[in-house]
Write a protein that binds this ligand. Sequence first.
Ligand SMILES: O=C(O)CCC(=O)C(=O)O
Length: 264
Amino acid sequence: MKRLTLKEKNFFNSEGYLGFGPFLNKERIKQLGEGIDAIASGEWEYPSNLVRWEPGHEEQNIAQGSDRKKFVYQIRYPHRHIPLFMEHATDPAILDVMEDLLGPDLVLYNSQVLLKPAFHGTSQPWHQDAAYLPIGRTNLVSCWIAIDEATVENGCMQFIPGTHNSGLVEHKSGRMLSAASGGTAAAVQEISVDESKAQAVPAKPGHGSLHHCLTFHGTPPNKTPHRRRALITHYMPLDFTYTGPIDDRPQFHVVRGDRTGEIL
Ligand SMILES: O=C(O)CCC(=O)C(=O)O
């Protein structure tokens, strides 16, 4: 074991999630937070089709300036466009934990930033990540890290323990996620769960949680004056298959093990 205790690993295997930290030091949290803000405010050039907006604020994508960042809901794939986020996705502090859960060879599937602006950050309905990810025949584990303190009130992660053993359940399509021009709109996928079983995992900046791609999870809306930004990276072993449209197939980076540096 590199970073987890046996008890933590056993908890993850039986419950399908684990609160963990710290992953990041203060300096790195500051750099990543500034990077996220620079993309969201339009200060750093970023493909507009990879930025999604809070419902009802799509028009903000053409406005520039510091207010713009108050309406960004999602920044997709930052590791593909900005070296700072690739450094994050390959940070040994994360990969050591992933190795404990997934074994010695790790492939980076993707990254995203999910933001919950103060007062109106919308909820992320209950779902399984596997409903969004066209990946077959493997385990996939997501690493969710808070950039701002995440509390129950401003939208921390919540999990339904043990649900990673349920297989992929049917999701229904909920509200639409809109992208700026050229981006793909997509419906939020949702399931109903027994919320009385939900376990909230609040996180200080730089701390977070790990979850299996079949674990039911979601986040409540942010009704507080405190914004909540989180950076999420997804990892899997080498034995994955890609089941999505061939034209959309991303590059999969091997980030740990004998084949580190290969692109699959
Ligand atoms: O950060 C959020 O609001 C939701 C995160 C989530 O659903 C995920 O990482 O799969």
